[in-house]
Design a protein around this ligand. Structure first.
Ligand SMILES: N[C@@H](CCC(=O)N[C@@H](CS(=O)(=O)O)C(=O)NCC(=O)O)C(=O)O
Length: 213
């Protein structure tokens, strides 16, 4: 059986967990704290990042957007990408924005872990601008949807990426007012979070023991 190396808060890993569940692929979940020196993550990914999908033959698939692409190629049913090429490319573009917002949040999170005197305010402000810009973009895209999903009438990686970011953002930065600022985005997100495989993969904080920065 495959193993997925994951972390309890990881929005990137959550996309893969939902995709595997949607495709009915059984797997062992191995929860790690990739920031702690004791983690096994570097044994499976030279970039030392999770998620990592470990196959039965020991091959490792890593980088969440690539894992999803790999899954679509190897296990195409049920598809998590639209058949129309422009809609497929749009779904991937949405994932780019959501992953980029996650990246910016991670950078800002660890900047805040530095001693206050060593923190760069411009650098933190730059990261948070990316998050605010991304939220504006998601809100614009959401306006155009008809039903429960962003694209067409079925779940795609665009929905996985948006829910993974917003679900993590809601616990990482609980005081941010995005839900009142963007009520339609909140309503769309809550609709996804009510789905079984989203309910089963809700993020939770982790404790990082070692000094990272
Ligand atoms: N672009 C990567 C980002 C993955 C990532 O940053 N993972 C974090 C953990 S989490 O933020 O998702 O919880 C990690 O392993 N970081 C360890 C490191 O960067 O050395 C992906 O999409 O898979």
């Amino acid at each position: 059986m495959w193993t997925l190396i994951s972390a309890s808060p990881s929005p990137y890993a959550r996309k893969v967990r939902i995709a595997l569940a949607e495709k009915g692929i059984p797997f062992t979940l191995q929860t790690e704290v990739p920031w702690d020196g004791a983690t096994v993550t570097p044994q499976y990914n030279p970039l030392e990042k999770l998620p990592v999908l470990i196959l039965d033959n020991g091959e490792c698939v890593y980088e969440s957007h690539y894992i999803l692409e790999w899954l679509e190629a190897k296990h195409p049913e049920p598809a998590l990408l639209p058949s129309d090429i422009d809609e497929r490319l749009f779904a991937k573009k949405v994932e780019v924005v959501c992953d980029g917002m996650c990246d910016a949040m991670v950078i800002a999170f660890f900047e805040r872990m530095r001693e206050p005197a060593k923190q760069s305010e411009p650098w933190k402000a730059r990261q948070m601008r990316k998050v605010e810009g991304g939220l504006r973009q998601l809100s614009t895209w959401i306006e155009k949807r008809e039903g429960q999903y962003l694209i067409g009438d079925r779940l795609t990686i665009a929905d996985l990426a948006i829910a993974a970011f917003l679900g993590w953002f809601a616990i990482r930065w609980s005081e941010h007012q995005w839900q009142s600022q963007y009520p339609k985005l909140k309503q769309y997100w809550e609709g996804l979070e009510a789905l079984p495989h989203f309910k089963e993969t809700r993020p939770s904080p982790q404790t990082i023991k070692d000094q990272v920065v």
